[in-house]
Design a binder for this molecule. Structure first.
Ligand code: DC
Length: 663
């Protein structure tokens, strides 16, 4: 998860591989509630892990359901339409998909309940649903402002004879809530009539589809009248799989349409949604095909590769795919003319005003954009030179962040900066990891920041913190020499046997995990950090064969989106083309004092004069050896941190880094 201020995506070239989509939120929360209302046990596979599903699960447990979770599988023991707990205070967070249907179900089942949420939840309307439930005889009281949560529910006298009227033009969730709750009391036919034009029909289709899986056949006349037949009863299907999120699929469909496939590979494969999807946004596939994407589907997967190139500009009414259509706006950057996205007025009232946001950010990249009340017309940058390196604002809107990552395939090979990238957590916490696992960049475009310097200069801490601030990988190259010496000693190879140690170094079974270092499965983090291990590392690192044995391993850390590497020869030998090289030092006295503190805090007895002597001997050996001696690269910046706090040192590195960026 990129919990950082900004993420710089290097220019990308190709892409290939497989992505397993996270589960759909709408389906996850519906399935959880339906499983809870059914008789018997339901095993839910591929459940989305998100704030909103956690809220639903917590509420169901409070109501007496049994919930067993193992990874993305949840086993729900249903209530069979009978309340175990008839009194509870339920906290709904900011989950509309939990608040609305639970209100309806609990109001009909009877009992005394209070439902509340975060402040924002108390500003989201629920009056239309409450009005509909009151027609049925439910007793519901507003505890704050009329028309909004929090609510108190009490048992009422149900009247099921007359049709129930509910408004359909504000949110389809009110109708969904009634459709899911009324089968609990279907002693006779129950009829719902929608007042006003029903919006977001694809979501009602999801509801009807899932109801069918749980044994309820709703009869529908157009989109105006729905009847739940007398005698309807929830029946668990036993096992149910949650589809991947079809809106999230749009970024990877676009990726396959835009990026050439990596060598020898066959485009992008998406697992979790396919031709059988019950989500409306699956129709993004048709729009992507119109633009030129080649897409094959199975019931539960998609395979995409580049078809027409450049993409074809389109003129499309996007009303049926409001969320996924944002991705078309970024695909338009790669089209052969002006793309016209029409009937997208709903974008204005989503997480942000998406029409204004998309127009503004697309212009930053060099596109010409005309914005109307309910449309966008996008003309891509006409030639390579017209593209601009841009810092993209994301407006706390996960979809803006995800779709603009695709601008990194620009032909001008410019990087793209995504501000506040963690906003993707709303629906796809690992989006950027998934993108980087499939996308490729020219190695020379993957940035490296080198931090070299003598022992105990604080390189490790500084490099790790800088990497964290930028969302980059981190290479502690000293650990590789320490590990080589450690593994050699284990294997009975003498440290002065250069060829012998090199053989071991070439096949080091090393694994870094957070700040832990493993040799095969053994955690050796502490063992390689001792003074003796450092001295042994210094010895083996003087052998040219050992150094060259570790080159490929060090290069393999240069991965998207970037790397911060610390050591002795990062800037001089391993990454000579790095755009930023820093030579970090501090006076020998300062370094000895720091090391002393470190050792004492770990309970190791040491004196400053002995450490100073040790440290100077190590410096002398590292600097005077023939192979890659420790020295500043010609183009390195010098940073003496004798009197600098770690925060100031990190700020200096980030400042220098910013100076190399085109934004
Ligand atoms: O940074 P460190 O103390 O973990 O490094 C241990 C030894 O490894 C150091 O004394 C010299 C050697 N080393 C090296 O020669 N080249 C590097 N890039 C990193 C470390």
């Amino acid at each position: 998860m990129f919990d950082i201020e900004y993420l710089d995506i290097p220019p990308l070239t190709r892409a290939a591989g497989t992505v397993h989509l996270p589960g759909s939120k709408s389906i996850s929360n519906r399935v959880l509630l339906l499983a809870a209302l059914s008789r018997g046990q339901t095993t839910v596979h591929e459940l989305l892990a998100s704030d909103d599903t956690a809220v639903m699960l917590a509420a169901l447990k409070q109501l007496g359901c049994t919930v067993k979770q193992d990874g993305d599988i949840a086993v729900i023991g249903g209530l069979g339409g009978q309340l175990v707990q008839t009194k509870a205070r339920l906290f709904m967070g900011n989950a509309g998909t939990a608040m609305r249907p639970l209100t309806a179900a609990l109001a009909l089942l009877g009992g005394e309940f209070e439902l509340s949420g975060v402040q924002r939840m108390h500003e989201r309307p629920i009056g239309d649903l409450v009005d509909a439930l009151r027609q049925l005889g439910c007793s519901i009281e507003y505890l704050g402002n009329d028309g909004f949560p929090p609510l108190r529910l009490r048992p009422g006298q149900l009247k099921l004879e007359d049709p129930i009227h509910v408004r359909g033009d504000v949110s389809s969730q009110f109708l969904t809530a009634l459709l899911m709750a009324l089968p609990l009391v279907a002693r006779r036919d129950i009829c719902i009539e929608v007042v006003g034009e029903l919006i977001s029909r694809p979501y009602i289709e999801i509801t009807l589809n899932l109801l069918k899986r749980f044994g309820i056949q709703v009869q529908r006349e157009g989109w105006q009248r729905f009847t739940i037949p007398a005698g309807s009863q929830y029946q668990s299907p036993g096992e149910i799989h949650v589809e991947g999120d079809a809106s999230s699929a749009s970024y990877f469909i676009a990726l396959g349409a835009i990026a050439e496939s990596a060598k020898g590979q066959n485009g992008i494969e998406i697992l979790g949604v396919g031709a059988d999807s019950i989500q409306g946004d699956i129709r993004f596939v048709e729009a992507a095909r119109m633009m030129g994407a080649q897409i094959d589907s199975t019931p539960n997967s998609l395979r995409i590769s580049r078809g027409s190139w450049p993409l074809k500009a389109i003129d499309l009414d996007c009303n049926h795919i409001p969320d996924a259509a944002m991705t078309l706006a970024v695909m338009a950057l790669y089209a052969d003319g002006t793309t016209f996205l029409r009937n997208i007025a709903s974008w204005r009232v989503k997480e942000t005003d998406r029409i204004a946001a998309m127009a503004c950010e697309l212009r930053k990249l060099g596109a010409t954009v005309k914005e109307g009340a309910d449309y966008l017309k996008i003309t891509p940058p006409m030639q390579r030179e017209a593209w601009k390196a841009a810092s993209i604002r994301t407006y706390d809107d996960h979809r803006v962040a995800m779709c603009f990552s695709l601008a990194a395939f620009n032909p001008a090979q410019l990087p793209v900066r995504i501000l506040d990238p963690k906003c993707v957590a709303k629906t796809f916490p690992d989006y950027f990891e998934a993108l980087f696992a499939m996308a490729e960049a020219d190695t020379t475009h993957i940035p490296v920041i080198c931090i070299d310097g003598p022992t105990a200069s604080g390189k490790g801490t500084l490099a790790a913190l800088a990497a964290q601030r930028l969302g980059y990988h981190y290479l502690d190259s000293g650990a590789l020499y320490r590990l080589s010496a450690f593994a050699a000693t284990r294997a009975g190879v003498a440290l002065d046997d250069g060829a012998g140690v090199a053989r071991i170094a070439r096949a080091l079974p090393v694994r870094f995990q957070g700040d832990r270092v493993f040799l095969e499965t053994e955690d050796v983090s502490e063992a390689i950090r001792t003074e003796a291990a450092g001295m042994a590392a210094s010895k083996v690192s003087a052998h040219p064969q050992v150094r060259s044995a570790l080159v490929a391993l060090q290069h393999s850390f240069r991965r998207l989106p970037g790397l911060v590497a610390d050591g002795r020869d990062m800037g001089t030998v391993i990454f000579p083309d790095a755009p930023l090289k820093i030579y970090l030092t501090a006076s020998a006295r300062h370094r000895a004092e720091r090391r002393h503190k470190q050792l004492i805090s770990k309970g190791n007895p040491a004196t400053i004069p002995a450490i100073l002597q040790d440290l100077e001997a190590r410096d002398a050996r590292d600097m005077s050896r023939q192979a890659a001696p420790l020295k500043p690269a010609d183009d390195a910046r010098l940073l003496d941190n004798s009197d600098l706090s770690i925060e100031k040192s990190v700020a200096q590195v980030i400042d220098w880094w910013q100076g190399t960026r085109p934004f």
